[in-house]
Design a protein around this ligand. Sequence first.
Ligand SMILES: Cc1cc2nc3c(=O)[nH]c(=O)nc-3n(C[C@H](O)[C@H](O)[C@H](O)COP(=O)(O)OP(=O)(O)OC[C@H]3O[C@@H](n4cnc5c(N)ncnc54)[C@H](O)[C@@H]3O)c2cc1C
Length: 522
Amino acid sequence: MASAPGEHRVVVVGAGVGGLVAALQLARRGLSVTLLEAADAPGGKMRQPWVDGAPIDSGPTVFTMRWIFEQIYASAGARLQDELDLTPLPVLARHAWQPGEQLDLFADPALSRDAIARFAGPVEANRFTQFCRQTRAVYDALEGPFIRSQAPSLFSMHNDLGLRGLAVLASLGPMRSLWGALGRHFHDPRLHQLFARYATYCGSSPWQAPATLMLVTQVELDGVWSVRGGMHALAQSLAGLAQRHGVTLRYGARVQQIEVSGTRATGVVLANGERIAADSVVFNGDRSALGEGLLGEAARPAASAVPASQRSLSALTWSVHAATEGFALERHNVFFQPHYQREFDDIFGHGRLPATPTVYVCAQDRGTTASPPARDRLLVLVNAPAAARRHLTESEIDACESHTFSLLQRHGLTLTRTAQNTLRTTPADFQRMFPGSAGALYGMATHGWMSAFHRPGAASPIAGLYLAGGSVHPGPGVPMAAMSGQLAAATLMAHLDSTSRSHRVRISGGTSMRSAMTASMD
Ligand SMILES: Cc1cc2nc3c(=O)[nH]c(=O)nc-3n(C[C@H](O)[C@H](O)[C@H](O)COP(=O)(O)OP(=O)(O)OC[C@H]3O[C@@H](n4cnc5c(N)ncnc54)[C@H](O)[C@@H]3O)c2cc1C
């Protein structure tokens, strides 16, 4: 039976950003929260291994939607700017096609427009301006009804969008793919390719992602920040804030089983056999882990496993600490190849590594200082199929590595990699680190216009068991997963409030989740 907030014991499983935010929000509402993390540090995918004497962000590198974190810190009585050192990046990203053929996008849209005019002509620059108008409208239409909503459905969206929002989606052609919609804006194939790439931020193919995913572009156009100490510093900061609010944080604590008694979650059992009783459990691992029975048979009904064909992108990454020369790196760099569609046919059609990968390079000491470092800390990333699709052989991975670094070399970028200064991470490694994910880094791919409605919300079918993280609503990405943590905490609090109210006055009744969420963040 649920108890009053002060006595209510919550176990949060996983210290990814979703779990950290859920734990923080529940602790500051007076609940007794224990956060159990299998790894030896917080952050989950926001990990920062040491490579040849230097910490290298080897997960997310692009910090966006600062306002979400401002709200989270403010709700916990802190100020984001006091806790983290954030610097806005004037250059959002440098894009390269053939050697010498480059386009930078800037935080200042007028500079981006000028750069596009020089790169592709004034007509294309006008199209960029029109495109920005549309991405702004799409983002504004969807932020409330979708991103902030507890569990949006077609019905709730229809109501919440209002006539104006519906008109925005209708003008977009919501059934159209992102690739199709972009083709109506850009005639230059390089710009078409550049803006289509934002589908991969949700682990999806531009050819299968709905046009509404344009909103991801707006998120980046609204600003990108660098975090001193890397994205991992955000995880450390959230963990510290959670502890200040009373969260008990335990690392090296792998949960093997979520206990269910009758229809209610009642605690967890760790891999070492220790049992921790709880009135509620928040699960921040991949939701497929539940559906696959990795947390025990009793917890299996909490969420379905994502079928292999619907898994999002994985990645093959190299964290490198080496001197570089021959190419003026910005902080975020993208090296494109022709035949873009082939990359996604390889990955989603054939379940193999792309023969002509787009290569992303994050140079973690660039963009905020004038002089380049003696040795760069790099994350080099190419998209890859989730491990669920097919086992990748060592020789396939070696071939992809060779294509990747040859492309960089063709652009003049040389770096000497050794076994000591390079850490390679494969889809199988991601699968090991994030059980149930099959290496897919973004949960379910956003393919088809209905897919966004197929992500589970925070409330699971098992009473007292809640879900948070990139594999549940509102989806992947650090800010979205943080938002899912807020939603999980709000849902739990709303259930607790309505239960204690029903105990007090013997009525049961619905609680508006949206207003409950707002209330719980106050
Ligand atoms: C290479 C890469 C690049 C990315 N780039 C970006 C980017 O630039 N910008 C962006 O916004 N997003 C990016 N993402 C996505 C983003 O990192 C994720 O969507 C987000 O961090 C997921 O957070 P989460 O809350 O789902 O938790 P996760 O990061 O998935 O962490 C879950 C945690 O739960 C723990 N756990 C799981 N099961 C158990 C258990 N049984 N017991 C105890 N602990 C358990 C795990 O150890 C892990 O620490 C990237 C991801 C990767 C991997």
